[in-house]
Design a protein. Structure first.
Length: 135
């Protein structure tokens, strides 16, 4: 039969309050998604900047006949930064970055030589450009 008026009123109130809750929930979820995207982007940018700073230092060290151990340490830092980039980069850049890591890892007498550091630097810049073009 007909719903009792008090029950109808209660249901109406419940549905109304749920609808009221949905607004903030959806808004909160969108905000959380935006925050997460920004967090990823910030981390990705920092990792690229970090890698380029270490590669730049390594390039300068090479041209000034620096201590091989210091050069190897700088290249190790660059490798670590590129490893971090791999966590955040787009799929399209992944393979290039992995090749770059292998190239930096080239060794002579057990110390990292960094392969062709200038070429690696260019590759990282290109990857960064492509990675941030669509953001």
């Amino acid at each position: 039969g007909m719903m009792e008026p008090p029950i109808a009123a209660l249901l109406g109130a419940a549905v109304g309050s749920l609808a009221g809750l949905a607004g903030p929930l959806v808004g909160g979820t969108l905000q959380a998604a935006r925050d997460k995207a920004k967090w990823r982007l910030d981390n990705q940018r920092d990792a690229y900047v970090n890698a380029l700073q270490h590669l730049s230092t390594a390039l300068n060290m090479r041209s000034s006949d620096a201590n091989p151990a210091e050069l190897a340490a700088e290249l190790g830092q660059a490798q670590a930064a590129i490893g971090t980039i791999l966590i955040f980069c787009s799929e399209s850049e992944r393979q290039k970055l992995i090749e770059t890591l292998e190239s930096i890892g080239q060794t002579v007498d057990g110390s990292k030589t960094g392969g062709d550091v200038a070429k690696i630097y260019e590759t990282i810049v290109d990857c960064a450009r492509r990675d941030f073009r669509h953001r």
